[in-house]
Design a protein around this ligand. Structure first.
Ligand code: FPP
Length: 244
């Protein structure tokens, strides 16, 4: 659930414990250069690597990136398969080369929707990195906020039908505990680059009290200095969590 999660680090006086990023603008970045959309995703995947490392270096404890939504399957087949290839490449790299890094990798989403080789890589990296103590990197893949809440409701309804709980015993915590992010703090800051100002089915439950920062930069052009800018903006906000 939420707390006033502003932690101190060496570089910033105040740093959000959990940051969510809606990595948007790959397609427009490619279009501006006369390239196919998949070239934008390739560039976006490089940016993602850089920003994940940087976030970990500056002391962010949880970073959630929106890599593929439940709606993204509706994109042209060659774009979807280019994205799957990028995910595969990254996971293979993470399994092979990331043993030195202390990053824990977790997946938010319905992984049953992926091919068996991708699922295997997902399971391997989650298992290999489970005991690491550094930043948790959540990859939201085949993820939809409504779908996540729906599956939590189904699990709780099942417990009620089985007589394990009464409807009046259902709490917010019970719902939170049945989301992909169970045990993790809610995002303090959600960043959306590319100039779009909407939530697009991202962490709908968890974002109840998140601060939003929208940046006018396309994701492949996003640099560590833009993360700094968003954190500095966050530090100025007065979070009240519904109080005064
Ligand atoms: C939205 O931009 C972006 C996506 C749907 C894909 C995001 C994926 C990556 C950045 C690659 C991540 C890679 C790994 C390894 C996790 P868009 O295509 O909708 O851009 P547009 O709005 O400009 O068309």
């Amino acid at each position: 659930m939420f707390s006033d999660n502003k932690k101190t680090s060496s570089k910033f006086d105040i740093i959000p414990e959990h940051i969510g990023i809606i990595m948007d603008g790959n397609g427009r970045w490619a279009k501006k250069r006369g390239l196919p959309r998949k070239a934008g995703h390739t560039a976006g995947a490089m940016t993602f690597r850089k920003i994940a490392r940087y976030a970990s270096d500056i002391g962010v404890k949880y970073l959630t990136v929106y890599a593929f939504s439940t709606e993204n399957w509706n994109r042209p087949e060659d774009e979807v398969s280019a994205l799957m290839k990028l995910f595969k490449q990254y996971l293979e790299e993470a399994i092979r080369d990331f043993s030195e890094e202390n990053m824990r990798i977790k997946f938010l989403g319905d992984i049953s929707g992926f091919s068996s080789d991708l699922r295997e890589l997902i399971e391997t990296i989650e298992k290999n990195s489970a005991d690491r103590t550094g930043m948790t990197l959540n990859l939201a893949m085949n993820y939809g906020g409504r779908n996540e809440i729906l599956s939590a409701c189904r699990k709780i309804a099942e417990a009620a039908v089985n007589g394990d709980i009464k409807p009046e015993e259902i709490t917010e915590k019970m719902i939170a505990d049945n989301l992909y992010t169970a045990t993790q703090p809610d995002p303090d800051l959600i960043i959306r680059p590319s100039g779009e100002k909407r939530i697009s089915n991202f962490m709908l439950w968890q974002a109840a009290y998140s601060e939003f920062v929208y940046l006018n930069i396309l994701w492949p052009d996003f640099e560590p200095k833009h993360l700094d800018e968003a954190i500095e903006e966050f530090a100025k906000r007065n979070r009240r969590f519904g109080g005064v």
